[in-house]
Structure formats: structure tokens, C-alpha cells
Design a protein around this ligand. Sequence first.
Ligand SMILES: C[S@@+](CC[C@H](N)C(=O)[O-])C[C@H]1O[C@@H](n2cnc3c(N)ncnc32)[C@H](O)[C@@H]1O
Length: 251
Amino acid sequence: MLKPVDYNQRQHQGYAAGRAMPDQSRAIWAAALARRAPARRPLSVLDLGSGTGRLTPMLAETFGGPVWGVEPHEQMRAQAEAAPHPETVTYLDGRAEAIPLEDGSCDLIVVFLSLHHVRERAAAAREMRRVLAPDGRVLIRSTFSDRMPDIDWHAWFDGAREAEMLMFPTTGEVEAMFEAVGLRRLGLDVVRETYADTMTEYAARMRLRSISTFEHLDEVAIEAGMVRMEAAVAAAPDAAVYGDGDLMVLG
Ligand SMILES: C[S@@+](CC[C@H](N)C(=O)[O-])C[C@H]1O[C@@H](n2cnc3c(N)ncnc32)[C@H](O)[C@@H]1O
């Protein structure tokens, strides 16, 4: 098992800039989540592992109800609190294994690129089941190691793909985790998004190393990868960068 990533140490520093989401991608995710959420409005939403609040205000605007951003790392949560957000958003100290909310209080739980950081998956599934409203939905945006896509930067940084194969769960593991608490997989959507309008912008963000996979690579691999990345940017500086993201739907 890979060592846990402590976002209070290093990852919080470049996260907001390095993982900035273009507005068009945020709109694409808003639509993708809305399509799989219960139809009524407003909805109360838990953004589990909300980080710097990259998506949390969007969830409030999309679903109209109270939104709780639950995040264990103080250095991430503080940035979310400092950023503009609607009054309906509340950021709380907590983690998937101990969610600081009432039973049945959430119509929708969004777990966006945070499930792979959860160490005690059985406890997290029990907690999500506990806070989920009876007809609620859990939406998991994740990479799944049995569906690992071809990612450009995996080819640049030696060891990155191997680290991510260890880091991310399989679809079967996630299904089993939720089946144990009576939730089943209702779908798996593939959402195409723009990571960056140009390779130049993409590389500027990658230089901030704000992908937790970098915490599992050695300095030699990172430096060599940055050189390969610069060559790729020089070859196509204005090319847009796209990716396909998996969204598992449970309920
Ligand atoms: C890649 S970031 C994603 C943040 C946010 N969802 C986003 O998309 O910008 C992963 C987040 O998961 C959080 N995290 C780590 N362990 C967690 C746990 N046990 N429960 C909930 N969140 C956790 C980290 O602190 C970090 O903020």
C-alpha cells in the first residue's frame, strides 16, 4: 500500500493554481452530476473531501440546497473558507470515516477525486450510507485501476502509472464496498472534459506538482519527466488537453 498523502505538508501549496478547473469543465461536471442526482430541487449535498472548495460553490448553485464541504486537511479547508462561496455552503472538519452530519441529511453525496485517499473504506461506506437520505445518490468521480486510461503524463514521469495502479481502487472494489451497506451501482458514465485550453497552460500547472501521485515519485523521475513534458509542449504549445473522467453512480 502507498503511504498516505498529507495535504497539509506540500500538496496544499499548489493545489488551487495547479488543479484550477476551466469554467467549461466545471459546467460539464455540473451537468454530469445533475443528470445523475435525484430530480427534485433543492437538494442537500455533501462534498466529501472538498479540498480547496474547487467544486463546492458550483454544487450550491446547481442544486440549490445546503452544501457541506467535509475536508480533513486544515490547510486545504482554510483555502476553501477564504474563497468566495454562497451562504448555503458550510465547510466542516471531518473525513469519510467520520462524517460530522446527521443521519439521512444528504440527498446527494459527491466524492470527487478523494475516494482513493480514504484508508478505511468499510467505515467510509457505512458513514455515507448513514448520512444519505432514503432515495439519495452517491456519485464517485474517480480513476479506477481496472479502467486505467492512457494518460499523457504517465508517459513522461517514470513510475507514475505504476503508482496510480496501486493508488486507485478497481470498480469491483468500490462496488463491493457499497454493496456491503446496501447501495448498488446504478451506472458508470464517462465524462469528457477540457483539462486546459493549451498545452502551455497545462504544463505551467503540472510544474506545480499538484497531483498527489508526485508524492510517490522520486526527484530524478520528476526532473526527467519535466524535461519530457517541455519537449511535448514545444511540439504543440497551443493544443488543447482533454481527458475522459469516470463517474460511478450508486444508490
Ligand atoms: C485530489 S483532492 C480533491 C479535492 C476536491 N474534491 C477537488 O476535486 O478539488 C483529494 C482530497 O481528499 C481529501 N481526503 C484525504 N483523506 C480523506 C478522507 N479520509 N476523507 C475525506 N477526504 C479525504 C484530501 O485532504 C484532499 O483534499
